[in-house]
Structures are given as structure tokens and as C-alpha cells.
Ligand binder design. Structure first.
Ligand code: AMP
Ligand code: GLY
Length: 465
């Protein structure tokens, strides 16, 4: 929908609201797209946004992590509702600051967002709550050791201080005694680059050194979780939480690896679909009972009230569902197929979560599956070039039941150019997953930019082909 038309309609209404969406990826475009269909006809702002979000409202040139400028913008422009897309501002405490300023915002507080921002803390919380997850050991240097490490890094010739014992050396000792593979996770936020799955423990030793000694991810890797490798199918289960009520959304799954048949490095996600096709109603009930309820209760016992989206990355193992990680937000690209299937009004849904009224909500979903194919810049998730002209967007958008969500794009005059790693999320609904896939790829074929890469097998693992 063209936002100018929305605006024209809006002026005919007595009541309207202003909504600010924070972020600039495919998830945020999908949120803006869905907001544009709300019965509230909101005026939409997106900071910083992309060429896609600009079609639904106004982009605001403030980075998602500049909390004080975002707060000033929301206050000065009398924003009625702010929706936070990515984890960084949540972990920085944007919700706490907006709430303190009397502004309405959707997302967890800084204390609650720690469930994503600090994997050591999250692992301890899962243990305390009795949530099924991978067996793990935690290695964290003491505050004193961290300081010594920091000081040692100031010199040109870094030398590991003798005294640094409990963190790195213990981790090394532990990993060297293992004859099976391990997963090493940096505790802090690392934009999807902080998890290393090593079949060979010898490689894991190198990773430990890179994270804990060379500090390649900075403070994010100073503390680590070392855990067993889980085998199974991955699913993404997202829930809305309003402080007490948990509303589990339709299931989804994403494809984290760069290449077809799950080869190559992990990425932020190369495609997603919903429903996941793997889970029965019973599985979802078990996940709600054994994962969501105990983790929310454990936080409540610590006086942490969770309000926002809670995303459980699950591995369906032979021993039952186990948590790989929690995220404190909508998944990207899972949000694209999920929001395309959501029929209920997004503003009403989010307001119910903020107001503690999820108990009264019954979400309506399109029963048709939806599938999203991510088109990325050549080189992603490593180095890539930006500024490539994207052609065929209108042609792709004319494919029935398809929507092209923008991620790393920007408008330059009449042109749209690439400006990030993941560029587009081409998403389609279909009578079945196979049809959704055919439609999505039909739209993908109409789009071109220099160096474009995408997987050819999104949704294949459950389609029986
Ligand atoms: P995370 O950010 O913790 O979800 O990890 C990113 C990805 O690494 C996951 O989506 C999995 O594909 C993989 N992963 C994480 N933990 C494990 C584990 N314990 N066993 C196997 N794979 C894992
Ligand atoms: N698609 C995975 C994530 O949003 O973290």
C-alpha cells in the first residue's frame, strides 16, 4: 500500500496514531508492512529503515543503537507506540528509558533482554528453571582477571598473565579432555558470529584462544559457554509475553547456513518458512509447558517481568526438544513469513501485550504456509560490496501472493541499491509449502543485482522432495 494513500485516508479519520519502528532489516520492513494494514491507519516512522520501509512511511536517519536520539525523536514527535526490532537497543535498555520517559514501547527491559545478550546468564537461568537444553560448562574469568587481561592487551606484545586461571586455562583444560566435538559460544552479542560448532575438539582450542585471549570479539568473548553438540532439526518458536500470559505463535524454521543442503558458514538466516512442518500440536504444548512457562517463572522469581517477543531456538533431538538459545525479539527472517500469515491487527496485538491483556487475545492466522527466500550480497556473511543497483523489484512485486521485503537496501533517487549483507527477503504464501516456494522463487527470478546470492532449497527439508 502506498503510504500517501494511507495518509489521505487517515486525515479522514478523527483518531490516528504515530508508530515508530526501530531497525532497518527485513524484519522491520515486514513489521511496517503489517502496520500499514492496521485498522488504526498509523503514521509510520522507521529508524533507520530501508528503501522498503520508506514506502510505508518516513525513514528517520537515527541508528537503532542511538537510544538517546531515538528517545528525543519519539518525544518531540509525540510517538504513540514504539516497536523495537533488533536485540542491540533492547540490551542497551531502550525500553527502560522510554518507559521512564512515559513513552509506550514494545519489547523487554534491559534486565529481561539479558536472556539473549548474555549467554552465560541465560544458561544459568535455563538450569535453574529446569528447561531442557544442551549440557554445558561455563567459563568466566573473575573481574580481577578480566582487568589484568585488559591491561595486558594494551601492550604491543600481548602475554597471557600467569594469574588468568579460572577462565581460559580451565576452559582449555576441559576441552582438551573431550574426545567429542563441542559448541563454543561467546557470552555477549556478536551479530550471529559468536557460536562455533567444532566436530574436532582441537579446533575448539583455537576458538577458545581467539575468543578469550586474543579477544577477537572484544568483551563479548571474554566469557564462554562450552556445550555438547545437539543433533536434530531446528525450529524457531516465538511467543508474545505480556508479563504473565504467554501466547505461542505459529511455528517457523529458518536456514542458518549460507549454502544449499546446509553447507558453508552460519549466517543471520538465508530463508525461513512457517509453519515449520515438523511439529505436532503436542510438541508445541510440550515446548510451552517445559520451556516458556518455567523460564518466564524463573525470571519472575528474580523480579524480572518479561514483556515482548520471546524466541526459543529449539533443536528437536531424539531425547525431545532442547533449547539452543533464546532471543528477546522477532526472528529475522522468521518474522517475514510469520507476519505474512498473521491476519489479526498488529497494533491491537502489540497493545494487548503491552497492557497485559494477551489472555483476551485470539490471533487469527492464514492457514496457508509462507516462505521467505533471502537474497544476499556476494561475499556475505564475510566482506561484500555495497551500492549495486537492484532491478526487477516492481516486476517481482507483481507476482501474485508474493511480497518483496527489503533488508539492506537504500533508495538513491529513483534507483534502489544494495546497502547490506542480506538485501531482500522475497516472501510468498501458497496453498502448500511447495506452492509457496514456487511463487517465492518465481519472484526471486525477476530480481537482479550484481553478485546476488540465495539458496535454492529453502523449505526443502520438510517438503519430502
Ligand atoms: P545460537 O545463536 O546459540 O542459536 O547458535 C547459532 C546456531 O548454532 C544455532 O542455530 C545452531 O544451528 C547452532 N548451534 C548452537 N548451539 C548448538 C548445539 N548445542 N548443538 C548444535 N548446534 C548448535
Ligand atoms: N533467524 C535467526 C535470528 O533471528 O536470530
Amino acid at each position: 500500500m502506498d503510504w500517501r494513500k494511507t495518509k489521505q485516508r487517515r486525515t479522514e479519520q478523527a483518531e490516528f496514531m504515530k508508530v515508530l519502528v526501530i531497525g532497518g532489516g527485513g524484519r522491520e520492513h515486514a513489521i511496517c508492512w503489517k502496520l500499514a494494514q492496521s485498522r488504526h491507519l498509523p503514521e509510520i516512522f522507521c529508524a533507520p529503515g530501508n528503501a522498503g520501509t520508506a514506502r510505508h512511511g518516513r525513514n528517520v536517519a537515527i541508528p537503532a543503537t542511538d537510544v538517546s536520539s531515538l528517545l528525543a525523536f519519539a518525544r518531540d514527535n509525540a510517538i504513540d507506540l514504539t516497536i523495537v526490532g533488533p536485540e542491540d537497543p533492547l540490551c542497551l535498555g531502550i525500553v527502560d528509558e522510554f518507559v521512564a520517559a512515559g513513552l509506550r514501547i514494545f519489547g523487554p527491559t534491559k534486565a529481561a533482554a539479558r536472556i539473549e545478550g548474555d549467554k552465560v546468564w541465560a544458561k544459568k537461568l535455563m538450569r535453574e528453571a529446569g528447561v531442557p537444553t544442551a549440557e554445558a560448562r561455563i567459563f568466566e574469568p573473575t573481574a580481577q582477571e578480566l582487568m589484568q587481561l585488559k591491561q595486558a592487551h594494551r601492550g604491543d606484545d600481548f602475554e597471557m598473565p600467569e594469574s588468568v586461571e579460572t577462565g581460559f586455562k580451565m576452559a582449555r583444560r576441559y576441552v582438551s579432555t573431550r574426545d567429542e566435538g563441542v559448541v563454543i559460544k561467546a557470552a555477549g552479542l556478536a551479530r550471529g558470529k559468536g557460536v562455533f560448532v567444532h566436530d574436532d575438539p582441537a579446533d575448539a582450542l583455537l576458538t577458545l584462544e581467539k575468543l578469550m585471549v586474543q579477544r577477537e570479539l572484544g568483551d563479548a568473548g571474554a566469557r564462554v559457554v562450552v556445550e555438547e553438540i545437539l543433533i536434530g532439526r531446528e525450529v524457531s518458536i516465538l511467543a508474545l509475553v505480556d508479563g504473565s500470559t504467554i501466547y505461542v505463535l505459529e511455528s517457523a524454521a529458518d536456514h542458518k547456513r549460507l549454502g544449499d543442503e546446509d553447507t558453508g558458514p552460519n549466517t543471520g538466516g538465508m530463508g525461513a518458512f512457517s509453519p515449520s512442518g515438523l511439529l505436532t500440536e503436542k510438541d508445541l504444548e510440550i515446548i510451552e509447558r517445559d520451556v516458556f512457562v518455567p523460564i518466564i517463572d524463573a525470571m519472575r522469581r528474580m523480579d524480572i517481568e518479561y514483556r515482548g517477543v520471546l524466541y526459543a531456538g529449539m533443536m528437536m533431538t531424539a531425547g525431545g526438544p532442547k533449547v539452543l538459545e533464546f532471543n528477546c525479539r522477532f526472528g529475522d527472517p522468521e518474522a517475514q513469513p510469520l507476519l505474512m500469515r498473521l491476519r489479526s491487527d498488529l497494533v491491537d496485538t502489540i497493545n494487548a501485550a503491552i497492557d497485559g491483556k494477551l489472555e483476551d487475545v485470539q490471533l487469527e492466522w492464514d492457514r496457508r504456509p509462507s516462505l521467505c527466500v533471502v537474497m544476499a550480497s556476494g561475499g556475505y556473511p564475510g566482506e561484500y560490496e555495497k551500492g549495486k543497483e537492484i532491478t526487477g523489484l516492481e516486476d517481482a512485486a507483481s507476482v501474485e501472493n508474493a511480497v518483496v521485503f527489503h533488508a539492506g537496501t537504500r533508495g538513491v533517487g529513483q534507483r534502489v541499491e544494495t546497502s547490506g549483507g542480506r538485501v531482500l527477503g522475497v516472501t510468498a504464501l501458497g496453498e502448500d509449502l511447495q506452492k509457496a516456494r514456487t511463487t517465492a522463487y518465481e519472484a526471486v527470478r525477476r530480481i537482479a543485482f550484481d553478485g546476488a546470492i540465495f539458496r535454492g532449497d529453502i523449505g526443502m527439508r520438510v517438503s519430502g522432495r
